[in-house]
Design a protein around this ligand. Structure first.
Ligand code: F6R
Length: 247
């Protein structure tokens, strides 16, 4: 795939460092960039590196705008498990971004359909996404676009797959506390980003990563759609890349 660039890191920290340098370069070239952001375990190291780079004067978020991929339904922004809380903790409170320029779906929205329309409007109004950071789920999901019969185009409310609930219960006190639904940006929106930066670490993601890039393009493996994107950067560690033919 000539639209895919692979930055291979030795381990999680090295992958995070390589991914952070991509985001720093993006902000250097275009300080007013619209960054699509992700949560979960994968970007924690990368956000820490960006926060430290800000402290040492090596990156400036003052003109950046951000839109997050997703948010759990019915979690308030100050709930420690909400993705808004995660972003505040790991990045927004640690750099010079104007919080008014950061967007995360409103998990408490009384009218989910309106919230989806509103989120689509925000992304369009910002002029689209310059660089979208994503992770990949064990079932190939990107954002919370779970395996299904079609690639959803825009923001929608999704029932989380059992595999996702299982994977995410590690963040909650009890498995029953994991929300069953979430708002997520659609695949169409992710595909419209000028650059997609996918970060993956660990051997347990090796099989799904190989399937995503070397298997058939199918909504049963949502990440496989990235084979059709014109500019994908994959920052991954050796374990995640261990089943890649070229590595
Ligand atoms: C997070 C998101 C998810 C995660 C994926 C991987 O905002 O949209 O798609 O990127 O579930 O999660 P981790 O990084 O925890 O393995």
């Amino acid at each position: 795939m000539n639209n895919l660039r692979i930055y291979k890191g030795a381990d999680y920290n090295d992958m995070s460092r390589k991914a952070a340098s991509v985001i720093q370069s993006q902000l250097t070239v275009k300080p007013e960039s619209v960054l699509g952001l992700a949560t979960g375990s994968s970007p924690v190291g990368l956000y820490d590196i960006l926060a430290k780079a800000y402290e040492s004067g090596d990156v400036d978020f003052s003109r950046a705008k951000t839109v997050n991929l997703d948010e759990y339904q019915w979690l308030a922004p100050d709930d420690e498990q909400s993705y808004r809380y995660f972003m505040q903790k790991h990045l927004f409170s640690r750099v010079n971004i104007n919080v008014d320029n950061t967007y995360v779906p409103n998990g408490l929205a009384a009218d989910p359909e309106e919230e989806c329309k509103h989120y689509n409007y925000i992304i369009e109004h910002l002029g689209g996404i310059d660089l979208q950071l994503i992770g990949i789920g064990h079932n190939g999901h990107i954002g919370f676009n779970e395996p299904s019969d079609e690639f959803p185009a825009k923001t929608h409310l999704v029932n989380l797959a059992q595999k996702t609930i299982e994977a995410n219960k590690r963040f909650f006190k009890r498995a029953e506390d994991v929300p069953r639904a979430a708002f997520t940006m659609g695949i169409g929106t992710i595909m419209n980003a000028a650059v997609v930066l996918l970060i993956v670490s660990g051997g347990e993601k090796a099989e799904i990563l190989k399937e995503a890039f070397f298997g058939p393009i199918t909504p049963r493996v949502p990440a496989s759609v990235l084979q059709l994107h014109r500019n994908v950067i994959l920052a991954a560690d050796g374990a995640a890349l261990s089943l890649f033919p070229a590595s």
